[in-house]
Design a protein around this ligand. Sequence first.
Ligand SMILES: [Fe+2]
Length: 342
Amino acid sequence: MATTETDQATFGGTVEATVEAQVETVERNPEGYLGFKLGEFEFSRDDYFVYISWPTGSHVMSADTFLKALQRDVAWEFFYGIVNFDGVIGTVNHYGDVDLFAGRYNDGWRKAELDHLENFPTAHIKATFEAMLDDWTNEGFDPFASPDETGTAFGPKNGSNKAAITRHRVTAQRMVGVPGDEGLRSDETGHTVNRHFLDVPQDEPEIHAEQGFEGDVAAFNLFAYLSRSDVTWNPSVVAACKDSLACPTTEEYILPIIHGNDRVEWFVQLSDKIIWDVEDRDTGTVRAKVVMKAGDVCAMPADIRHQGYSPKRSMLLVWENADSELPALISSGKLPTYPVDL
Ligand SMILES: [Fe+2]
């Protein structure tokens, strides 16, 4: 498959990469799944597992864990910084090109000198990951859904679920509800109130704009909006003010990636509870365990990685700073890795 595309990055500015994206496949195995090659990396899956190999090593992951991580890496355009699929495999976004690594941010693999890293134009790795996600996602399995709200990822190849893996990604230019921008969610748009949020009021604020300002004044019920989210662990841009992006999301079960930050992220727990494991970004050494309850606010530093556990569906506001100069300013020491001095 050859495609030429110019990618609009969801986060971190515009990626002006126009490349010939060649997806390299290996013939279907007895379970019915295609294999894929990306540089010197090789990927395959069977009923239960995904196998990844590179010249100095190999790794195995559960197919459902892998597909949930792959879904987010693709949908988020490789996000900010590092998307660890687990403690071994992941990607680093350089906003135009992307590193795919094995063991690079794992002390054991580094010290054994078995880690591996290759860089690809964003369009190339994205096209390969999209093809892999499409071929390996079976009918009835939704990688964005909570375990209680989807079917199984396992078994031999059985159809596909293209609608689930190519959902519209909410990226408001100003704010949800502003004329011409992202719309509100409703039963009519296919966004019913989630089973865990049936008690969330659905009334919307009244807007009384001065004449001539009707297109500039907007308001919406964020709790009602989030109660109708049909996905988990998927921060959406619902409001933007220059580089300040409000990215709320609903969470349930486990964040399918371990996010390695290249900038500070603020978290505001809007409802319920999330337990966070926080580790050193580069080695995986344990740094902290953070329990956030409704109303709690915290800032994740720029040199950590984190994974969250949400016992029931919860609402989390992630506040991102999309300034493209931040990673270099922080890695060069011109800015601290933490947001405030107290
Ligand atoms: Fe993060």
